[in-house]
Design a protein around this ligand. Structure first.
Ligand code: FNR
Length: 377
């Protein structure tokens, strides 16, 4: 069907499912164990209610904001997700092209199917990218990758260090599809800073994680990283208020180190029954609200509607990411499918802001939210 006839993200996903390979669908769809966290990521938003105000002139609502000091057209961003070319030859560069007219930020996976140089070639002027790092057991490979990103500083504005998956979760859909031998990427694995592929066995996720270090710590990893980049660090996969607090404490002690944290359970793909980001946001509001003033707090997981994005912003998130949605857009129609996905989400965000009685992202706050149904959980 023509893309403009698809009206929401569920319809885009349904079309993508008919167009991508079985292996691609299994890898993208999959999550840990019984998919409970993946389910809660989406469901939690349904139990948060909005509190619209009336009699407000909101003819000209805008989503323009800043992330780590850089101007972006929207707080909606693309989460790092491996292997976009499994869905469509347009790949990660197609995602860059698809989001370009919205001014959204794109975080590129360590395990992207195209090189960073290829990806930024499709970037709009002023587009903001981040590079996601899986630290490799052979540290020299990650160091070489960081050196390459440092050279692309016109585009890459942060290093996203993923912490929630020192090992991949047990993703049975992916493992069942069992077609790991057909992974193809443009860049040699060494070039991406990833260790050699695991020989045989497991799903795509297991293959890609081969060589990823599981020994990262507060004490050792951040000082090592600081020796190889001076880009701000974004810690991805924070799931408790305790770790959010530690991140802010580190940022205060080491100015210019951690710029943001991403509350995320990896789209439910790491530890099953780990909390949806919204639960962590609510914990933080209660136990360490000062963190929101020290570092930026971004979230991802389960975004299906513009209202989901706005609710997260009201609860203190500065940016909100989509992982699968961008991939399904790509699967449904290449870069144009990504463009349509963002058009839908941005349209829904705009409608939501106007119906709440809000003109700017900075006005959003907890006064627009009733989260009693979630806090009772
Ligand atoms: C991911 N995610 C991910 N995260 C990361 O830090 N590095 C990576 O390489 C990947 N790869 C990846 C592949 C696929 C197919 C998916 C679906 C996800 C996790 C991603 O960044 C994000 O946290 C989730 O996708 C957010 O949840 P939703 O939007 O998919 O519900």
């Amino acid at each position: 069907p023509p893309l403009h006839t698809l009206l929401n993200l569920d319809e885009i996903e349904a079309v993508a499912r008919t167009q991508v390979s079985k292996k691609c669908w299994a890898y993208y769809f999959s999550a840990g164990d019984d998919l409970f966290s993946k389910y809660y990521n989406g469901a939690v938003f349904r139990n948060i209610l909005l509190r619209p105000r009336v009699f407000v002139d909101c003819t000209a609502a805008t989503t323009v904001t800043t992330l780590l000091g850089h101007k972006v057209g929207t707080p909606l961003y693309v989460s790092p997700a491996a292997m976009a070319r499994l869905a469509h030859p347009d790949g990660e560069a197609g995602i860059a092209k698809g989001i370009s007219r919205f001014g959204a930020m794109q975080l590129v996976s360590n395990n992207a199917s195209q090189t960073p140089e290829q990806i930024v070639a499709e970037a709009a002027p002023g587009a903001v990218f981040g590079w996601q790092l899986y630290v490799q057991t052979t540290r020299a490979k990650s160091e070489a990758m960081l050196a390459r990103i440092n050279k692309l500083r016109d585009h890459f504005k942060c290093i996203v260090l993923t912490l929630d998956a020192p090992v991949p979760g047990k993703r049975e859909h992916d493992e069942k599809s069992n077609l790991e031998s057909q992974i193809t990427v443009d860049s040699a694995s060494n070039e991406k800073g990833t260790d050699e592929k695991k020989p045989g066995g497991g799903g795509v996720g297991q293959q890609l994680f081969w060589g990823t270090a599981a020994d990262l710590t507060w004490e050792t990893t951040l000082p090592w990283l600081a020796q190889h980049t001076d880009l701000p660090i974004v810690l991805k996969g924070v799931q408790t208020h305790e770790d959010a607090y530690l991140a802010a404490q580190y940022a205060r002690k080491h100015p210019g180190s951690i710029g943001a944290i991403i509350l995320s359970n990896h789209g439910g793909r790491a530890l099953d029954t780990a909390p949806p980001a919204v639960h962590t946001l609510l914990e933080m509001r209660k136990y360490c609200p000062e963190v929101f003033d020290t570092i930026e707090v971004w979230i991802d997981g389960g975004i299906r509607r513009g209202t989901d994005v706005i609710k997260a912003l009201c609860l203190g998130a500065k940016a909100v990411g989509v992982g699968r949605a961008a991939l399904w857009g790509l699967g449904a129609g290449g870069w144009k499918g990504v463009d349509r996905t963002f058009e839908i989400l941005q349209g829904e965000m705009d409608t939501c802001m106007k119906l709440l009685g809000v003109k700017e992202v900075s006005e959003l706050g907890p006064r627009f939210i009733n989260s009693r149904m979630v806090e009772r959980d």
